[in-house]
Design a protein around this ligand. Sequence first.
Ligand code: PEP
Ligand code: MG
Length: 465
Amino acid sequence: MLQFKGKGVYPASLFKRQQVQVCRRQVKDTQAEIERVKAAKQKAMQQLCGLYEKALKEAGEESAQIFEIHKMMLEDEDYSGSIQNIINTQAVNGEYAVAVTADNFSDMFGAMDDEYMQSRAADVRDISNRLIACMTDTGCTNSSFTEKAVIIADDLAPSETALLDKDKVLAFVTASGSSNSHTAILAASMNIPAVVGVGKDILQNVRDGQTVIVNGITGQITLEPEDYPSEEEQFKAYKSVLENMAGKRVIIRTLDIGADKQIDYFKLEKEDNPALGLRAIRLCLTRPQIFETQLRALYRASVYGKLGIMFPMITSVKELERIDRLCSKVKKELADEGIPFAQTVETGIMIETPAAAMISDRLAAMVDFFSVGTNDLTQYTLACDRQNAAVEQFVDTHHEAVLRLIELSAKNAHAGGSWIGICGELAADLSLTEYFLRIGIDELSVSPPFILPLRDKIRSIDLSK
Ligand code: PEP
Ligand code: MG
C-alpha cells in the first residue's frame, strides 16, 4: 500500500470507465489494418502531446516525462512489430492485434524481478487502450465528475490520472497498483491525496455518495466517519504537523467550511447565496463550541513547535474582538487545568473580503499577520461566484480593484507592525511576482509544484532597479 500527503473527506464516487469490447475478426486486407493502426498511432501521439502539456502545467516537468515515455513506448519497434506480425500472420483486425500485444508485453513486464519494471505493465496497457480507443473512436475514460469527490477505482492509468480535474478530485483510492506506478508518481506531484493498492474489497464496500476519509499520510480509509473530529484527534494531528516541521513556522487556518467547502456532518441549512452566508468564521462564531474545541486543540499543540493561527473570512473589528475573547477564554481554561501552551502563538487573519482590506489599518493593530486569500477576495470584489462557470469570463484575476486592495492591505499591515502573505492562487502567478515584491508582500504561499518556479522567478528580480 502506498500513501501520499494530505487528507480528503468527501463523498465517494466510483470511477466509471467506458469499456471497449475487443473482438477477433478475420480480415482480407491486412495492409489496410496495418494502415488503420498507423493512423490510430498518430492520433494517440497527438493526445499524448496534449497530456504532456497538461501534466507539465499541473504536475511539473518530471511527471510530464511519463507521457514522453508513453510516446517512446508507442514508437517502440518490438511493440509495433508484434502488432504487425499478429495482423499479418493471423489475418486479424488491428484492435485484436493491439490487445494481444498489450497482454503479452504487460505479462512480460509483470514477470520481471525488478519492481520498477513490473510497474511498466500498467503503462503498456495504458498506451494500448489509447490506441484501441483511437481505432474505435471511443473515449478512453469517463472522468467527468460534477461534484467534489473521492474517486474509488480498480486502478487508474497514468493518463486517466493526468486527466482528473484537480478541483473536483480531492483524493483517490485504487484497489490495485503500486508505489512505482506512474499513476502514483503523478498523484504525488499533482498534490492529490492517494492510497493505492488497497485490495479488491474496497470496490464492494463503497457505494457512490458514501462519505469517505482518505488519509494519504497513514493510508487509512474510513467509511462513513462519525461526528466532528474530537479535541484529542485534532490535537494529535496539529502536534504531528508541528513536530514534523521541526521549529519552522506552521500556520493553521481555523475551520473554513460552507459555500464552496461543504461537509455533510455539519448539516448546514441550504442557503440561496451560500458565498454570502454562514461560512468560515461566521460558522465558528455561531457555533462557539466547535470553535473552542479547535482552539483548545491548537493551543495544546502549540508547545510542539512554532504555531500561527489564521482566521478566515473576516469582515469586521467586532469579529476579531469576539475571536480574541474566545482565545482568552480557552487559554484561561487551559491554564486553570494546568495544561501548557505557548505564549508566542501568532494570530492572523485572511484578507478575503473588500471590507477587511478597507479597514486593514484597524485590523493590523489587532493581529500579527495578514494572509490574502485572493480566491475569495476576487470573488467578493468582482461579484463573481467562484463556483459559477457562467461568470468565469467576467473574472479578471489581475483586476485593478483586487490589486489595489492587496496593496492597501500590505501598506496597512506594515504600518501596524504586521507581516503580510498571499495564500490564494494568485501567489503562484509569476506575472505578478515582481509586483507583489515591490508592494512589500513578505510571503507567498504556494503548493509544492510551484515552489521551484516561484523561487527561480524571485531570484531573477532585481528590486534595486
Ligand atoms: C482564498 O480564498 O484565496 C483562500 C486561500 O482560501 P480558499 O480558496 O480555501 O477559500
Ligand atoms: Mg477563501
